[in-house]
Ligand binder design. Structure first.
Ligand SMILES: Cc1cc2nc3c(=O)[nH]c(=O)nc-3n(C[C@H](O)[C@H](O)[C@H](O)COP(=O)(O)OP(=O)(O)OC[C@H]3O[C@@H](n4cnc5c(N)ncnc54)[C@H](O)[C@@H]3O)c2cc1C
Length: 412
């Protein structure tokens, strides 16, 4: 086998999923993760469509079911807390709705993937790559901690703001396309019993403020929730590294809104896991340069709001591992095959994501909000094949090759 050693940057979803499968094919992967230890907390992700087949092939379904958040659907509430429209998971089948059947915390999925390989795969936490020198027979990598090592291949699975992409492909501005909105979230407590429902309160644009939605998402621990905020906004580069300004912007944008928003804003200053980012889409033409390839959000983030990113990452990892195994480690053959197999899936997810959420969660007018609520109420009465069509079709729009069966066995 060629290129036996593979360095993977990022221990989110795509990185550990790739490490898991490469190890089973007989490669020797190493994972380098910037965080000092496996992360905990964070948002909920979905495993949909073909990605369900991937986690089945990896033998992870029982643990994914165990980590399920218990989510029963998403409901929109008015300023007084009364439900105005709801989307139950029962209406959409396992992959079509805003909350999939396999819905769990991103860090729980990362932990499940990590647990399966932590004894077999070298993990380096608290470090990152600062230099990449692609050579004839290897890629020489320099680490922030100071050392230099050689590997057969390098995979950038280090997320939307990928450092590997920056080093090998060029500046982020070339690849990360702003979708005109922002997201913020943090975990907190509430007295409100969500009974397994994600609750969302939407406010129409007006009075100098944009269309916006604040929501509470139930977490597995009783009484704990994820408070989320989504709003239309123009990019402001000054905000990127200024957490105080980000918190201030959330507080100003949502000040005076009804429902539980005052309680959420009161918890904002004390939040220890506050997260803020612009909503963007990663578009890279050609996911490989020499011995380096991109995977997951680093290569093709659709949008955090699309609900399809985790499925893209899981399927991408499966296809990349499978193509490398099928090509006996020859990246000249495997990388183009990976891209051919994934490109249509990614293009469809991107097109779907560009229309997702904006009018619904960030309405410009009362009429737009009324139409959103009316169409959500109508969904329950439509035939199922019409209801789940958009998301389900996208999530199933990739066909998996039958890669070598070795992937199904643990390597002793
Ligand atoms: C707010 C929010 C809500 C979302 N909601 C959903 C949802 O409902 N459903 C869904 O399916 N998806 C959702 N997503 C998207 C989903 O989280 C991603 O698509 C998925 O995590 C992609 O996996 P990944 O491994 O490619 O990247 P990530 O999960 O982002 O992992 C990247 C890893 O790389 C590490 N890293 C970063 N830089 C470096 C570096 N320089 N060196 C080493 N390591 C590095 C990071 O610490 C991280 O651990 C959401 C995302 C966000 C932000």
């Amino acid at each position: 086998m060629r290129n036996h050693t593979v360095l993977i940057a990022g221990a989110g979803i795509a990185g550990p999923a790739l490490a898991h499968q490469l190890h089973r094919y007989g490669f020797r992967p190493t994972v380098v993760e910037r965080a000092a230890a496996p992360r905990s907390g964070g948002h909920i992700v979905d495993v949909r469509g073909t990605a369900r087949t991937v986690v089945e092939r990896m033998g992870l379904v029982p643990r994914i079911r165990q980590a399920h958040t218990g989510a029963r659907g998403m409901a929109f509430v008015g300023a007084d807390g009364k439900r105005v429209a709801e989307l139950g998971t029962d209406v959409f089948g396992h992959s079509g709705g805003p909350v999939a059947e396999f819905a769990l915390r991103r860090t729980d999925l990362a932990r499940i993937l990590h647990e399966d390989v932590r004894d077999d795969v070298e993990h380096v936490f608290g470090d990152s790559i600062t230099g990449v020198d692609q050579r004839e027979g290897c890629v020489r990598v320099t680490f922030a901690s100071g050392g230099t090592r050689e590997f057969g291949l390098l995979i950038g699975a280090d997320g939307v703001h990928s450092g590997v992409r920056e080093l090998v492909f060029g500046p982020e501005e070339r690849y990360l396309h702003d979708l005109g909105c922002a997201v913020a979230q943090f975990s907190t407590r509430t007295e409100l019993d969500l009974e397994g429902w994600q609750l969302m309160h939407t406010a129409v644009a007006g009075g100098g403020r944009p269309g916006r939605t604040a929501g509470l998402v139930p977490l597995p621990e009783p009484g704990r929730v994820l408070a989320g905020f989504f709003w239309r906004s123009a990019p402001d580069p000054g905000l990127r590294h200024d957490t105080a300004a980000q918190r201030d912007l959330v507080a100003r944008t949502f000040a005076g809104d009804g429902w539980r928003v005052p309680e959420m804003l009161a918890a904002l200053p004390g939040a220890t896991d506050f997260y803020f980012d612009r909503i963007g889409q990663v578009r890279v033409n050609g996911w490989a340069r020499g011995r380096t390839a991109l995977l997951g959000d680093a290569a093709y983030c659709a949008s955090p709001m699309s609900g399809i990113g985790t499925s893209l990452a899981l399927v991408g990892a499966h296809v990349l591992a499978g193509e490398l195994a099928a090509a006996d480690g020859d990246h000249h053959r495997a990388y183009p095959s990976y891209e051919r197999a994934m490109r249509e899936f990614v293009d469809r997810a991107h097109a779907f994501a560009q229309g997702a959420g904006e009018g619904g969660l960030m309405p410009e007018s009362r009429r737009q909000l009324r139409m959103r609520n009316r169409s959500v109420r109508l969904v329950r009465h439509l035939p199922r094949r019409l209801v789940a069509r958009g998301m389900e079709r996208v999530a199933n729009s990739v066909e998996l090759r039958d890669y070598p069966q070795r992937a199904l066995r643990r390597v002793a």
